[in-house]
Design a protein around this ligand. Sequence first.
Ligand code: NDP
Ligand code: MG
Length: 381
Amino acid sequence: MDYKISVIGSTGSIGKQTLDVAENLGIQVEALSANSQVDVIAEQARKFKPKFIAMGSEKAAKDLKLAISDLDIRIGWGSEALTEAAAFESADCLVTAVSGSVGLKPTLAAIAAKKRIAFANKETLVCAGEIMMKRVKECGAELLPVDSEHSAIFQCLEGRGKDQLSKILLTGSGGPFRGKKRAELENVTPAQALKHPNWSMGAKITIDSATMMNKGLEFIEAMHLFQVKPDDIQVVVHPQSVIHSMVELVDGTVIAQLGCPDMRLPIQYALTYPNRMASRSEHLDFTTLKDLTFEAPDFENMPCLRLAIDCAKHGGIKSCVMSAANEVAVHMFLRGELGYNQIYDVVEDTVNHFDGPADDIDVVIEADAEARKYVNSNYGK
Ligand code: NDP
Ligand code: MG
C-alpha cells in the first residue's frame, strides 16, 4: 500500500498494534516516538527503518543512538521532537498512540499540517475538544477514530446525514468490577484492577476501564467527534464487547458494528478508510457466539462515569481538569500511593476546585497544568 505514517507512542499497546497493521499492509513508517523504552523502539527502528525518532528525554535519545548507531536514523528528544514526529513532513497520516494530554500540542501540529489523524489519544479531545474540532475544520485535516466504540459509531453513521441520527448507544464492558459495590472495592490492588476481561491495553486506560472513567472520557470524545449533545448519547453496558457501539436512527432502526475485540481492526480502518483490506484479526463465528447481554451502567458504584457526564454537561475547563486530575491519580494508584476508591475522590475534589471557559488553547493547557499541580500538592507523597 503506497501510504506513509508516523506513530507517536509506538512502544505502547496501540503503537505496537499499529506497527503490526503497517507491516501487514506494507505501509511505510516515516517517524516513531517513545518516552523511555529504548530496547523496544530500537527493535522497531531496525524493522521499519523510519527517518526520525523522538524520545522523551536526552538520556533515552543518547541510549537509542548507541543502540542503533549502525542505522541512518535521525534521533531527537523532548516536546519539540515529539511535535516534529507527529507532523512529519513526508507522512500522510499520524497515529496518536501516546497516553495522556502530552499528545495535545503534537496533535494540533499535525492538524495544522493537514494530516489524516488516526486518533487513539482520547485525553487530548477531552482536554481541548472544541478547539481541536474547530482547527480540524479550519485546516482541512481529517480526524478518524481508532477507539473501538468511536470507530463503530463512525462506521454506523457512514453515508448518513446527522438529521437521521436519534442517539448514539455507546457500549462498554463494565470492566473487571462490574456488579461490585464501591465499598467492596476499597482494597483493590493495581494487579487486580489491571486484569481487564476482554481487552489487553496500556496500564492507564486499563485502570480507567475498571473505574469506568474510560467510558466517561469516551462519552466526551463522542460528543466532540460526532458533534452531538450529552443527551444524544446513552451508555449501555455490554460485557462481551462483541458489539463495539450502535446508533439509533430517527425511525427507531438500530445499526451496530460487531467484531472480535481486537484493536488492529479499528486502527486499520482509520488507515485504509474509505477502503477495506484483509486483516490479521480473527473473524467472528456466530455459531459459537452466545449470550450477548446488555444492562444499564451503575452510576452509584461507578461514580467516575457520572462525574464525566456532569463535566461534559457543565462545559468549559471541567472536562480538561477532570482528565488531568485522573491521569495523575491513576499513576499514583499504580505506584501504590493512593487507594483505588480515592481515584474518584481526588478527581471529584479537583473538579470542584476549578471552573472557567475553555475557548483558548493556552487557557486549556494552563488548566491541565494547574489540575496536576493541585493533585500533586494535596495528595502527593
Ligand atoms: P500505553 O501506555 O501502552 O503506551 C503509551 C505510549 O506513549 C508509549 O509509547 C509511551 O512510551 C508513550 N508515552 C507515555 N508518556 C509519554 C510522554 N510523557 N512523552 C512521550 N511519550 C509518552 O498506552 P495505550 O497504547 O494503551 O494507549 C494510548 C492511547 O490510546 C491512550 O490515550 C488510550 O486512552 C488510547 N486507547 C487505547 C486503547 C488500547 O487498546 N490500548 C483503546 C482505545 C484507546 P514508553 O513506552 O517509552 O513509556
Ligand atoms: Mg474504547
